[in-house]
Design a protein around this ligand. Sequence first.
Ligand code: ADP
Length: 823
Amino acid sequence: MSRYELYAPRYPLLPLKNVVIFPRNVVTLLVGRPRSIQAVEEALLRDRRLIVTAHQDVERDEPRPDDFYRIGTLASIVSMDRQQGGNIQVVLEGLNRVKIDQFDQSRPFFTVAAAQLEEAPGHPDQDRVLIAHVQDLATKHAEARTKLSAEVVEMVGRATEPGHLADLLATQLVTDVARRQELLEMTDGTRRLEQVAVHIAGDLDLAALEQRIKARVRDQIDKNQREYFLREQLKAIHDELGGENGNEIETLRQRITDRGMPAAVTEKMIKEVNRLERMPPVSAESTVVRGYLETMLALPWTERDEDRLDLDEAEAILNADHFGLEPVKERILDFLAVRRLTANAGRSQSSQILCLVGPPGVGKTSLGRSVATAMGRQFVRVSLGGVRDEAEIRGHRRTYIGALPGRIVSAMKQAGTINPVLLLDEIDKLANDYRGDPTAAMLEVLDPEQHAGFTDHYLDVPYDLSQVMFITTANFMQQIPAPLKDRMEIIELSGYTEDEKIAIGQRYLLPRQVEAHGLGEGALSIPDALWPRVVREYTREAGVRGLEREIATLCRKVARDVVRGKTSTDDGTVILDETRLETYLGPKKYGFSQDLDDSQVGLALGLGVTSVGGEILPVEVATMPGTGGLTITGKAGDVMQESARAAMSYARSRAEQLHIDPHFQQKIDLHIHLPEGATPKDGPSAGITMATAVISALTKRPVRNDTAMTGEITLRGRVLPIGGLKDKALAAHRHGVRRIIAPIDNQGDFAKIPANIQREVEFIWVRNMDQVIAAAILLDEVQVESLEEIAGPLPVVASTPPAPVPAPAESYPADLASDADRA
Ligand code: ADP
């Protein structure tokens, strides 16, 4: 109490809500309560001074003495204005801190006795440093915030008293009432200033934080705005150039995200869309990108058919679509059963690949289709014939104009599911040259280790082929690239016999074609007796494609007659007869034995297997005066040329026995010709045919025209086994040949030959060339005898059952020729 001025005059009290006034602080207040107005009026009547203090309970309208803070401010009224509505506006200036001691409530307003509070003595050194620090803070604050006016900053700069500076800054910067009251109650100026310094520093930190947040927000907004702005501009540009690019881009983005592709693929495609967006919509490049995106979207990524693998049903489907082929159907069913088991065991599904090998038109493709139907999957055929370029399998990079995906990916697009049956047709016709090796690409397709991530150059992302079931077909097993062959389960189909063809025609091809041509069931009936004519006279093939074509022709013609009302019966059916057959199909194309002319000198009938199945391959030999030259024409391969030389050597070694001039080579030239020059022929199996033709030409004895032959020849005249005897026998039979000379080592194949051919054709099994000559050439007796002299008796081994193998002829030394290239 000692520091207080003991003298305690009385002043009117102006209670303030939420306001704390510091000394030297000028404040404008609006006063409305009548009691407060009276207090002001009282002060004006006296020395214009009054005491202001805040009351703590701001809720209460009529505060009681206990509600007031005891420390307040003595203030003087600078001016007073009466306002409309009875309020007054007063301007007060704070003078001093006071402590209220006593309340007098005898008047309508409070009168209080108060003592002025003295400032505590300062600490000069500390204060100077403190003031400088606070001045610095205040300057910063003025920069960071706009609360301090230039005038105040100037005042701060001039301050020398810590207490005054504290009050000045507290007035300006401290807004919280409780905090202000605390500062008002502090009489130590240094401490007050310290508190204010803490407050300002805190405020500056806050300001910095706010600044950072603001900056971040602004950055974000800037970026968004920038993008938005650019996009809008782009849209405007595109609109100007015509086209609804913007719309299209959005749709594309949506379609890509909805497509369910692997994440990496989606990401890549979105990148492409972004690229597309930046391109002019009509540029060549944008067409390329658009084409790419559409291709990707059209590919199956998740669509699949549920596997159903009911073996009974599969068998029924195979039987419904195909006649005969029992062993083939059995193998396919076995294959499907194994697949079923491995699939159940969760093992890779397509580790096994079926390969159907056989001549055209024997039903390879349609078997593949039936397998797909049986499994409830989509079926797509991919033709590989003549594919030389790796890019045809793997596609071209998009950098090339007009680039397309490869055949595999195109097939997937066509299938529309990720687990179709893909029939890779004619895999043996894959060729490789300087444009890369399609076999390598094919290997990747078929390799279970790799096909989960098949890369097509066009797609440029891995595409999963692991759910696909691959079936391949080939005409020749020998020509399937070895690495591919290793991965496949080979099933061989051979050509059909005439009886089989007729059965297929009657039961399958005719009903199918009748339906396909919109004719009613039974609209065309072909009497049993006419079927052999249709098959023999209008087709010559291993399979039934030609037959199907002829039947289609018949149906077309019948359709015309039905429309014109020229049917055989009144109920609109056509019964084929001899005349109708010829008017419909024209004159016969093939005679049953038409090309078996009379027996001729220098013409022997060979048997070969070409891409269309077994065929008769005649060999012609002409002699002319010369000096031992040998010409071979008719697209003979290397192996054939070697066979021709072996045939010549054999002829020389038998010159004496056959009564040929031993020096014939010095006097004549030989010309060997293989007619049907367009078909390339190779393989060693024409060896004995060439030798026979050569010897026929040299001996001037004709070769029997009812006899065809096949067999490899060695230099010493041994006959080595060949392949494809069944197909060859079918072809021979087709052409009306009634005797076949074949190597004795092929006797084992006899069982595979259809029974009717076994019955109708005589098989002569030979071990050496002498036996061939004896069986094929119409020699005179002297010649036969002299052949027998060196070769022993010449057995003509007839057909069933395979005869015991004759003992090897003594006069044939161990063979020197290689067996490696045997068919
Ligand atoms: P490939 O693929 O072997 O060249 P395709 O499958 O194209 O032969 O067959 C040609 C036509 O012959 C098809 O219409 C097919 O249905 C029919 N075909 C072939 N073999 C038979 C058969 N055993 N039974 C019924 N139709 C057959």
